[in-house]
Design a protein around this ligand. Structure first.
Ligand SMILES: Nc1nc2c(c(=O)[nH]1)N[C@H]1C(S)=C(S)[C@@H](COP(=O)(O)O)O[C@H]1N2
Ligand SMILES: [Mo]
Length: 422
């Protein structure tokens, strides 16, 4: 990623365009442009918040901030029995790259009562093909050297369809958090893995166990046993008190409420195999990886542009293959592509914010973004993703496997924004 240096002339030109459109935006809402020396006075607040023990103890967001998660996939959450199913993150309102823990998406393999685990009583067992089977308390895990890393998780069922109207519906089953914990390799080395042990099986506490087989090479590489998330303990919906993080792999591998790791010499079939995209142990590592993906979060479906002029087009890009190297944006439906700016640091297997300065001329147009990761993998078009996962004869309208295809948003001439998937 090179740092872009815009020369002074380019800078001044952009500055003038920006100032021009802001004046236009202000007059559009019925104010007089203010070219004189007097400074308009900002109004004071209508009211003040009364201090409360609750707000003192654990803050609260403004009542004017109303962004919330929604049930995903047409199923109520919670349902009539109090089970949670899939819940989607409001990406349309996201800024930066961290998903607040309260807004992190939630994925389940079969609907969950959230296990209510006392961390004092919780144990993690590592056994199977090891020299020394080990059992850890949470306190023991926290004494070990820790790492803190930014990583996204994405459910393999995070698919866009023409029926969706907002980015929360098309892409809300992914989130990104700062995770803290112990490298799984630290514990596996401590246990002493046998030479012919090529897999681990990781298991949660619930009755369906959320168990997955994971290649030993990945387990020894960058998998994390997390007790921390965004500066505090992992939330119950995300696996309190301990969850496995398998960076860049399909969401279902990231076992929550983790209680057991069995070291084995072959792929174990589990209930999760109903949820995996690939059941091919030979090409497992690549088959499990989330491909390069991106989406424009502003402007996105359901939003409204007030009128022509300057906008910062902004979105998120990520890849299971490593860092986001580049993001390209088109404002003419894919005829021409230009490099977007990467905002902040592109961490490996983490959401990465991109932005693109755009002057909208008020005509109908289509915005898209495309991610290129550090391996050189390029985010596919929808046609390519459909073709990859199904035969042309099937005439599929939804991607039958992982959908990392390019998302088009249509801006109508009245400024309304629409999902342009057909
Ligand atoms: N124990 C357990 N782990 C689990 C699941 C589960 O139901 N039980 N769901 C999986 C699925 S399908 C996904 S997509 C991710 C979602 O992680 P999140 O809820 O923290 O976003 O967790 C995975 N880990
Ligand atoms: Mo999932």
């Amino acid at each position: 990623m090179g740092v872009k240096k815009s020369d002074r002339r380019e800078f001044l030109k952009r500055g003038a365009a920006l100032a021009g459109s802001l004046v236009a935006a202000r007059t559009a809402v019925g104010q007089t442009p203010d070219h004189t020396e007097h400074t308009p006075v900002a109004p004071g607040p209508d009211a003040f918040l009364r201090g409360s023990d609750e707000i003192v103890a654990y803050g609260k967001r403004s009542r004017f901030v109303t962004s919330v998660r929604i049930p995903h996939g047409g199923r109520a959450s919670p349902d009539q029995f109090g089970l949670d199913f899939h819940i989607a993150t409001p990406l349309q309102d996201s800024v930066g790259v961290i998903t607040p823990s309260s807004l992190h998406y939630m994925g389940t393999t079969r609907g969950s009562f959230i296990p209510d685990i006392d961390p004092e009583k919780h144990r993690l067992m590592i056994h199977g093909m090891v020299d020394r089977p080990l059992v850890f308390t949470m306190a023991e895990l926290k004494r070990l050297p820790s790492v803190t890393r930014m990583h996204f998780i994405e459910c393999a069922g995070n698919r866009a369809s023409s029926r969706h109207t907002t980015v929360q519906e098309t892409h809300g089953m992914t989130s990104c958090a700062e995770w803290t914990g112990v490298l799984l390799s630290t514990l596996l080395k401590e246990a002493g893995v046998h030479a012919n042990a090529d897999w681990i099986v990781a298991e949660g506490v619930e009755e369906v166990k959320g168990a997955s087989s994971i290649p030993m090479a990945k387990a020894m590489d960058d998998c994390l046993l997390c007790y921390g998330m965004n500066g505090e303990p992992v939330r119950p919906q995300q696996g309190f008190p301990l969850r496995l993080l398998v960076p860049g792999f399909e969401g279902i591998f990231n076992v929550k409420w983790l209680r057991r790791i069995k070291v084995v010499d072959q792929y174990y079939m589990t209930y999760n195999d109903f949820g995996h995209l690939t059941r091919d142990p030979v090409n497992a590592a690549l088959g499990y990886q989330i491909g390069p993906k991106s989406v424009i979060t502003h402007p996105s479906g359901g939003q409204q542009l007030p009128g022509p002029g300057f906008y910062e087009v902004s979105g998120l890009a990520w890849s299971g293959g490593g860092r986001v190297a580049r993001v390209e944006v088109t404002t003419d439906g894919g005829r021409t592509w230009r490099d977007a700016d990467i905002r902040g640091t592109a961490h490996p297997m983490a959401h990465t914010r991109f932005s693109f300065e755009w002057n909208w001329d008020g005509k109908e147009c289509e915005l898209q973004s495309r991610c290129i990761d550090e391996l050189g993998q390029i985010q596919p078009s929808r046609a390519q993703a459909l073709e990859f996962w199904s035969t042309p004869e099937e005439k599929a309208t939804s991607v039958k496997g992982q959908d990392n295809s390019i998302q088009p948003w249509r801006i109508a001439s009245d400024g309304s924004v629409h999902n342009a998937i057909i």
